[in-house]
Write a protein of this length. Structure first.
Length: 128
């Protein structure tokens, strides 16, 4: 829904190279969408996997206005803030490019893991 405050919470589950992502979308404090996806076996570390979850969240954000994206990975926030790549992987630049192309995303912020339980549970279930 347009013209509401929208918060998108993301998390990842990385087990034996298999990646599952989870997300929760809230508008004005109320959950409106929850989902997860098994991305399969990928050659990524946990920080890269968290970035993949945020990249997916940008696709969700196209349906909403005034979006804040949340992750519980402080390392990702540091990479985004400082525009620092992870080795030779282009995930940071890919994410920043997508955010800049969208006028609906207001910010990307860190939250403590205990405030991200719903996305965490969905990511874990998606990675089975």
């Amino acid at each position: 829904m347009k013209n509401s405050l929208t918060e998108v919470y993301t998390d990842v589950s990385l087990r034996d190279g298999h990646v599952g992502i989870g997300w929760t979308v809230e508008q004005d404090g109320e959950p409106v969408l929850r989902g997860g996806k098994q991305l399969g076996e990928l050659d990524v570390n946990s920080t890269e996997a968290e970035l993949l979850a945020l990249i997916h969240a940008t696709d969700l954000a196209t349906e909403y206005d005034n979006v804040t994206l949340y992750t519980d990975c402080q390392t990702v926030i540091g990479h985004i803030t400082n525009n620092v790549e992870i080795g030779d992987r282009p995930y940071v630049k890919q994410f920043i490019k997508k955010v800049k192309e969208m006028d609906t995303i207001q910010s990307v912020e860190w939250i403590p893991r205990d405030m991200n339980e719903s996305a965490h549970e969905i990511a874990t279930k998606s990675n089975k």
